[in-house]
Ligand binder design. Structure first.
Ligand code: MGP
Length: 216
C-alpha cells in the first residue's frame, strides 16, 4: 500500500545538495544573491552653495537605489555630513519627488525640523542623519509613511539642521504620528520640543523664525 512517508533511505535517493556536491557544483541559496528590496526607490541629492548660480542649479542628483544593499553601498561611499563644507545639503527623497518646495508633492507640505547647536555637529549630526535615513528607507511611520516625501540635512555655520518633509500640512494625524516616532527614534528627551512648519510659511517668512503648525 502506498504511504505518505517520504523516502529517506540515503542509499536510494540522494538530496539535490548531495548530487550537486558530488558533481562539484556550489550550492547558492537565493538569499546569497537576491538583494533585499526596499518598499520605495529613493534618490540622493547634493546641494553645493555656489553663489554665482541659482538655488535650483546648485542641486545635483547623486544616485538612486531601491535595495538595502545599494543603500549601504551608497552611504558607505559618500562623505559623512559632518565632513561637508558649510552651505552644503544632502537630500534623500522618494523617486519622482524633487527636493524643493515647488514639487507637486511638497508645495502643500511641511517639515519636522531638528535644529542643532554648533556642538552637536561633532556629537549628534552624523548619527541623527543616519537614523533619519533609516526611518525613511525602513518606512518607520507605519500607515503614515506614504505622507513622507524625503529628508534634508543642511550644513550651516550658524547651526546644522535636519528635517523630514511630509506632503500635506493639513494631514494632522500623519504629521503627529511621524513626529512622535521620529522624536523617539532619535532618542530625544521629552523636554526637547520639535516643531513642524509648512513650506509656505518657511518660504515667505520675514524674520529668522517660522511659526510651528504642530509640536511634539
Ligand atoms: P535653506 O538652504 O533651506 O536654509 O534656505 P538656510 O541656508 O539655513 O537659510 P535660512 O533662510 O533657513 O536661514 C536658504 C535659501 O535657499 C532660501 O531662502 C531660498 O532662497 C533657497 N531655497 C531653499 N529651499 C529649500 C528652496 C526650495 O525648495 N526652492 C527654492 N526655489 N529655493 C529654496
Amino acid at each position: 500500500m502506498a504511504t505518505a512517508e517520504p523516502d529517506i533511505n540515503p542509499n536510494i535517493q540522494n538530496s539535490e545538495e548531495e548530487k550537486n556536491a558530488a558533481s562539484g557544483q556550489a550550492i547558492v541559496s537565493p538569499e546569497d544573491y537576491i538583494k533585499h528590496p526596499l518598499q520605495n526607490r529613493w534618490a540622493l541629492w547634493f546641494f553645493k552653495n555656489d553663489k554665482s548660480k541659482t538655488w535650483q542649479a546648485n542641486l545635483r542628483l547623486v544616485s538612486k537605489f531601491d535595495t538595502v544593499e545599494d543603500f549601504w553601498a551608497l552611504y558607505n561611499h559618500i562623505q559623512l555630513s559632518s565632513n561637508l563644507m558649510s552651505g552644503c545639503d544632502y537630500s534623500l527623497f522618494k523617486d519622482g519627488i524633487e527636493p524643493m518646495w515647488e514639487d507637486e508633492r511638497n508645495k502643500k507640505g511641511g517639515r519636522w525640523l531638528i535644529t542643532l547647536s554648533k556642538q552637536q555637529r561633532r556629537a549628534d549630526l552624523d548619527s541623527f542623519w543616519l537614523e533619519t535615513l533609516l526611518c525613511l528607507v525602513g518606512e518607520a511611520f507605519d500607515d503614515h509613511s506614504d505622507d513622507v516625501c524625503g529628508a534634508v540635512v543642511n550644513i550651516r555655520t550658524k547651526g546644522d539642521k535636519i528635517a523630514i518633509w511630509t506632503t500635506d500640512y493639513e494631514n494632522k494625524d500623519a504629521i503627529i504620528h511621524i513626529g512622535q516616532v521620529y522624536k523617539a527614534r532619535l532618542g530625544l528627551p521629552p523636554q526637547v520640543i520639535l516643531g513642524y512648519q509648512s513650506h509656505v510659511d518657511t518660504a515667505t517668512k520675514s524674520g529668522s523664525t517660522t511659526k510651528n503648525k504642530f509640536v511634539v
